[in-house]
Design a protein around this ligand. Structure first.
Ligand SMILES: [Zn+2]
Length: 436
């Protein structure tokens, strides 16, 4: 397809089903969607992509990706991580700040932004740290990061909780000036000292130190109250408990500016998997109970939880394939996110494809303040889109992933779906399921 003829940037995508609806043709020219409907006229010189049977969605947007560069290029690089993102159907990712050096200055955030542009697989929007060096004691220079070429709007110490209430209040006040948002990793540090897995029946049986739900819920409750008091925007990372959902539902009912995300793994996996002692299931926050999973699915369906975010957290084998107690927290997720959402949410009847587009593209783009992403599939929108085959089923094989790391908790699991093509502003980044 691509090798035939000159690359014009003009495409006609034949027979795809926008948002899972009736088949239509989608035409693309000059980086934008120019037409959508049955029998749309191809622009002159357009390349043709037969997409019969495929669902067309707007390009996915991830609010929570760990790209690891700079500092841990053995785990991931901006090149490998963004290629993994494209293969998962993403056209934009937010790169978390817990790199080495930490993304707590205009210089580091600009460096990450420039490396993302150079790689070209998807947009990379750096997240700035809340505190200098993630140290939890001094606020980073939000203004300089916001004014930089990276135009940072989301700030997070993710990996660590901003546990000091005064610092959290000041951070929320600070970002109001430029419509920023503080993304909190909600984990009360004292309540989770030495914690190894969710606190509950499974941890009691396995004799591992428990990580109580209240350690997450107490911080979320406090921060919702602080956000309301200050009148600022708060985003809750990786919500994992039924109680957290209740608090967020209450905060939203008050009209407070609170948004939340859930990871694919928290929508599908439970703490019973820890009985294997396989560290691939070790993650922060931990896998929870079936009742928590049910509450998270319901909350994503009814909009209490705004969006899905991967928390893609690559680790090299030596940090992960070791004994449970010392293994690193985290799971890869970019290349399996849409498939897991289909399994957990679509094939269970909880979400239609239009809602998937909302939860994985429009809402995360809005929360992340990304103007050119998350737009509807309509003439005039930037041509950011993914073509997805929901009918195939295959076992997940991390050896085929573009991510430099292999720590997928879905390895060997048979899941539906396959990303066939991804377009970033009219240019294919993925074709026939492979890097374009
Ligand atoms: Zn986190």
């Amino acid at each position: 397809m691509t090798g035939a003829g000159p690359v014009t940037g003009r495409w006609v995508i034949r027979g795809a089903r926008p948002l899972g609806g009736e088949p239509a043709d989608i035409t693309i020219a000059d980086a934008a969607i120019t037409g959508i409907g049955p029998g749309a006229t191809a622009p002159p010189g357009a390349q043709v992509l037969d997409a019969a049977g495929l669902i067309a969605l707007p390009g996915l947007v991830d609010l929570h990706t760990h790209l690891r560069e700079p500092g841990r290029e053995d785990a991931e690089t901006i090149e490998t991580g963004t290629l993994a993102a494209a293969l998962g159907g993403f056209t934009a990712v937010h790169a978390m700040a817990n790199t080495d050096p930490v993304a707590d200055t205009a210089g580091v955030t600009e460096q990450i932004w420039r490396l993302g542009r150079a790689a070209g697989h998807c947009d990379v929007q750096p997240v700035g740290a809340v505190t200098v060096g993630l140290g939890g004691s001094r606020l980073a220079e939000f203004g300089a990061m916001a004014d930089s070429a990276a135009r940072v709007r989301v700030f997070s110490d993710d990996g660590r909780c901003v546990s000091d209430a005064v610092l959290m209040r000041r951070a929320l006040e600070y970002v109001k000036a430029f419509d920023g948002v503080i993304a909190q990793h909600a984990q009360e540090p004292r309540l989770t000292e030495g914690a190894q897995m969710n606190e509950g029946a499974a941890s009691g049986r396995l004799g591992l130190t428990g990580w109580p739900a209240v350690a997450e819920e107490a911080v979320i409750a406090r921060d919702c109250l602080l956000a309301a008091h200050v009148g600022s925007a708060l985003h809750i990372c990786h919500v994992s408990t039924a109680g957290s959902v209740e608090i967020i539902r209450w905060a939203k009912s008050k009209g407070w500016r609170v948004t939340a995300e859930v990871t694919p793994h928290h929508l599908l996996l439970t703490d019973e998997l820890v009985a294997s002692y396989d560290p691939v299931y070790k993650v922060n926050p931990p896998l929870r109970t079936p009742a928590d999973v049910a509450a998270l699915r319901e909350a994503l369906a009814d909009g209490t939880i705004d969006c899905v975010a991967t928390d893609h957290a690559p680790h090299p084998v030596e940090d992960k394939e070791t004994e449970w107690a010392v293994a690193a927290h985290g799971m890869t997720g970019l290349e399996t996110a849409l498939r897991v959402v289909q399994e957990a949410m679509v094939d269970t009847g909880l979400l239609g494809w239009a809602q998937v587009a909302d939860r994985m593209s429009a809402r995360p783009a809005a929360i992340g303040r990304l103007a050119g992403q998350g737009q509807p599939l309509a003439p005039g929108s930037p041509a950011n889109l993914v073509l997805y085959d929901p009918a195939v089923r295959a076992a997940v094989d991390p050896a085929t992933h573009a991510s430099r790391s292999r720590n997928s908790p879905f390895a060997g699991m048979v899941l539906p779906g396959q990303v066939v093509a991804t377009f970033l502003r009219g240019r294919p980044t993925v074709l026939a399921g492979k890097p374009a």
